[in-house]
Design a protein around this ligand. Structure first.
Ligand code: ADP
Ligand code: MG
Length: 257
């Protein structure tokens, strides 16, 4: 099992320690090696908190988080994290941005460069190595950020709404390009998104969370072919059925709350 949450609850102290806010409550799920799981749920239900606990940035208040059968107790260098903002360093070229994480790990210069060029090719950015981030489109910058994440050879990639700032057409192309690359690399992935169709076309499974405190109200297996090609998947009529079903679950939960 690549990732497992066992009855995880996370609380934060608020109001200078006078109040307790429960972000997620009694969450349990498993993600297999190379599986792609999407997480959807209302704003503030603890989606980003789940990713932070997976990365080891936060510890659960109770319960356990395991990555590759090991209890997560500190930040894990083999977990890659990508956000809506690409966080590329503006004063570094694209290839130097991709090398950044490898520098921090003391990888020798030649090996660093080779790795970075390999990842840039994999992310279809050959020819842009020596450009600066401001010279690239939003979609290309997200691909460069993916190349940087892949360069550290992660076991798991965490994607926190990485496509939400892109225009509709770019978004479809970048979803496809990410899906292909991630499938080929065989990396276990958790994707947070507000876009229910995106969740369906990109994943093997969708976790549907309730309003805060976030609990898992449903786990939906996406029984569709060709996960590496969301552009093709989106043509399938079942996509709309799955998305509508998730929408209804979220709506029902909202009324109950
Ligand atoms: P989501 O990503 O689903 O929108 P988050 O995981 O970011 O939700 O946040 C869940 C809840 O926990 C929110 O109410 C948020 O304000 C709170 N929260 C998140 N991080 C912290 C923190 N470091 N300190 C206090 N409260 C936090
Ligand atoms: Mg969030």
């Amino acid at each position: 099992m690549a990732l497992e949450f066992r009855s995880v609850t996370k609380q934060f102290a608020t109001g200078g320690g006078r109040n307790v806010l429960t972000a997620v409550q009694d969450i349990s799920f498993k993600v297999a090696q190379s599986e792609f799981v999407a997480v959807v749920g209302p704003s503030g239900c603890g989606k980003s908190t789940i990713l932070s606990m997976t990365a080891g940035l936060y510890q659960p208040t109770s319960g356990e988080v395991l990555v590759s059968e090991n209890l997560v107790t500190r930040p894990n260098p083999r977990v890659g994290f990508m956000l809506q903002k690409d966080l590329l360093l503006p004063w570094r070229t694209i290839v130097k941005n991709v090398e950044f994480g490898l520098e921090a790990r003391g990888v020798p210069r030649k090996e660093r460069r080779e790795r970075a060029l390999f990842e840039l090719e994999r992310c279809h950015l050959t020819g842009f190595e020596n450009h600066f981030p401001y010279q690239l489109s939003g979609g290309m910058r997200q691909r460069a950020a993916l190349a940087r994440t892949l360069a550290i050879d992660p076991d798991i990639i965490l994607l926190d709404e990485p496509f939400s700032a892109l225009d509709a057409q770019t978004k479809l192309l970048i979803q496809n390009s990410f899906a292909e690359t991630i499938q080929e690399a065989g990396i276990t992935t958790l994707l947070i998104t507000h876009d229910l169709s995106e969740a369906v076309i990109m994943s093997d499974r969708v976790l549907v969370l309730s309003e805060r405190p976030g609990t898992i109200i449903h786990e939906m297996a996406v029984d569709l072919p060709d996960r590496a090609h969301p552009l093709a998947r989106r043509q399938l009529p079942e996509v709309h059925r799955y998305a509508a079903e998730i929408f209804d679950l979220l709506k029902l939960n909202e009324r109950a709350a």
